[in-house]
Design a binder for this molecule. Structure first.
Ligand code: AMP
Length: 277
């Protein structure tokens, strides 16, 4: 991959990268279209498909994470993607089991809250694999989804802090017709859970409506939303946060412009969503 990217660069070709864990849905494909828009018809679009083990805790769903490489390749071919990079663990983390892979990229501020609080080593795995992908694919531009808002903020910070010559583009969240954010993990939901899962989107909309007229305290709004969630008995809220869109620090008073994110369990399946209020 790196040799190919170097060849492209020597020829003056711009490279756009979309990192994914595969099991692609329309949300991913919208990022691929954005990457093509960014690099143009003379540029090259690269998509990586890699279920990165270092961003999963031992208790999480690494082994059962959905995979369908043949289907993914068909979808990407139809979009005119130039290369799909599908490394395996031995290529990405050589010698890891024998303690010969020992360098990680750690963002130390934005990673502490929300997803980072619930999933302690998660973002260290993300920043490390994205840094590796940037060094392998040598993109001018990389496209991430707003669906993982905190992840995008951390990648931006990493790129600024470590001087990666990569433009980060964040594309809007693709949603199902009822509003549920598209996610590879939606596949885990049974029919009852799927019917209730739209409550994440409804909670975001309810919060937006609540703050449109007047500023509300974050504590009050969280309590109201907890009550809102009693309408979905299969849902177990992990967190609901209101925070500054850049610093990700929690705010006490919620008004338009504040960002909201939430994580909710349905059984073992953990769904996330977010929106600018
Ligand atoms: P994943 O395969 O879940 O690691 O996601 C790969 C990329 O696709 C990340 O940048 C995600 O933020 C993005 N993504 C995932 N779901 C969506 C969605 N529903 N809409 C837009 N982008 C998404």
């Amino acid at each position: 991959m790196q040799k190919l990217a170097q060849r492209w660069k020597r020829a003056g070709v711009n490279i756009g990268l979309v990192p994914t864990m595969g099991y692609l849905h329309e949300g991913h494909l919208s990022l691929v279209r954005e990457a093509r828009k960014q690099v143009g018809s003379k540029g090259k679009v690269a998509v990586s498909i890699y279920v990165n083990p270092t961003q999963f805790a031992p208790t999480e769903d690494l082994a059962r994470y959905p995979r369908d490489l043949r289907r993914d390749l068909t979808l990407l071919r139809a979009l005119g993607v130039d290369v799909v990079f599908t490394p395996d663990d031995a290529e990405m983390y050589p010698g890891k089991n024998e303690n010969r892979f020992t360098t990680y990229v750690v963002e130390e501020n934005l990673s502490r809250v929300m997803e980072g609080a619930s999933r302690p080593a998660h973002f260290q795995g993300v920043t490390t694999v994205v840094a590796k992908l940037f060094n392998l694919v040598l993109p001018e531009v990389a496209v991430f989804g707003q669906k993982d808002y905190q992840q995008a903020a951390i990648i931006r910070r990493m790129v600024a802090d470590l001087n990666f010559p990569v433009k980060i583009v964040v594309a809007p969240t693709g949603r199902e017709p009822d509003g549920l954010a598209m996610s590879s993990r939606n596949k885990y939901l049974d029919a009852g859970q799927r019917a209730e899962a739209v409550i994440l989107f409804h909670a975001l909309q309810a919060a937006r409506a609540a703050v449109a007229k007047k500023t509300v305290s974050a504590a009050r709004l969280k309590k109201d939303l907890q009550v809102f969630f009693t309408a979905a008995p299969l849902a177990r809220v992990d967190y609901i946060e209101f925070f500054h869109p850049e610093t990700l620090q929690p705010v006490r008073h919620v008004k338009p412009g504040v960002h909201m994110a939430l994580a909710v369990f349905f059984g073992k399946t953990r769904l996330i969503d977010n929106v600018r209020l």
